[in-house]
Ligand binder design. Sequence first.
Ligand SMILES: NC(=O)C1=CN([C@@H]2O[C@H](COP(=O)(O)OP(=O)(O)OC[C@H]3O[C@@H](n4cnc5c(N)ncnc54)[C@H](OP(=O)(O)O)[C@@H]3O)[C@@H](O)[C@H]2O)C=CC1
Ligand SMILES: O=C1OC[C@@H](O)[C@H](O)[C@H]1O
Length: 328
Amino acid sequence: MVYTCHWGLVGAGDISELFLQDLLAVPATRGVTDVAHKPVAVAARSLDRAKTFIATHVPDLKDSIKAYGSYAEIVADSTIDVIYIGTTQSTHYEVARLALRAGKNVLCEKPFTINSKQAEHLAFVAKEKNVFLMEAVWTRFFPLAIEFEKLIHEDMVIGPIRRVSTDFSVYCPADPSFRLYNLEAGGGALLDLGLYALMWMFLTCYKHPDNHRSNPDVVKAVSLKSPRNVDETTAITTLWSKPKILCMSTCSLMMDSPSECDVIIPIHGSRPEKIIINVRGEEDIRDGRKVNDRYPIQDCVLSMQIMDEVRRQNDFKFPDALDFVEDY
Ligand SMILES: NC(=O)C1=CN([C@@H]2O[C@H](COP(=O)(O)OP(=O)(O)OC[C@H]3O[C@@H](n4cnc5c(N)ncnc54)[C@H](OP(=O)(O)O)[C@@H]3O)[C@@H](O)[C@H]2O)C=CC1
Ligand SMILES: O=C1OC[C@@H](O)[C@H](O)[C@H]1O
């Protein structure tokens, strides 16, 4: 029997459009025949915007996808199983609380929140409401990432890992109206791009079988800030003791990653050579799991904790309204 997952999309921006197109891809094309996806509604801060989004991007479905003019309305829709949050990071904490408290499963775009305390709070609310919660770091689910972990940790194709460098950098002209150069929008390289560099660090060092999921012993970071006070470039050194690994993770808005690919993992000595495409993950909701095995919410909190520390060391502060954590 085919299980159909009913989605509500919050935010009518660029990533929501890409996510919607992915939702509409036929699951059989990636070998999945027992799960289907149905976009039920899109919400924007204005009804016109939500309607225009649907009419522009999925004109054939304009009569079957509902448009909502507020986020509060979409989370109250009882026909929706999962809320996808595709708004700017400055709003994730607030929108996720709204959706979780309405009893909805939540898939929230990266960066999950502005700080780790907010992430912990959301994990708490999800547990209390007994619903699924995950940060949408799609890269973690790439067949490349899964194969990569197997090759380095199980097959040990490059032997012991001693030194790792991970990077994700995208050149973005310093346009003050662009969200990444805007402190109020939760901008900067660290939260937006650095989290991918840290993700490869997590797969390599944190998930190393000898590490037993401990945090790095040392986190040292330097950031170069833009005139608008967001970090344009950040370099994070982590030292791990079991096994002994030195990892350098970098991100920048001032230059592209030094290769054709989005994320590079030049593990000194060798690197993965083969990519097999087969993305999965939707079974969690169908089977009633509240946490994804491959990306448990606790790992997301740890990644946010490292970013908190990087910001602390570099006096990189967001406005108080963004860093705010509700008492609970
Ligand atoms: N996984 C991935 O590969 C990618 C993820 N992202 C993530 O997706 C999120 C959105 O990015 P992107 O789609 O590029 O951004 P856009 O600017 O295109 O869209 C952001 C949306 O946020 C909504 N929004 C709600 N509150 C605010 C506010 N106060 N200020 C501005 N916008 C607001 C707007 O929704 P409304 O329509 O309701 O007005 C807008 O449509 C970011 O967190 C980003 O990190 C981005 C790119 C790639
Ligand atoms: O997640 C992302 O990946 C691609 C980048 O260009 C974008 O800024 C970022 O949000």
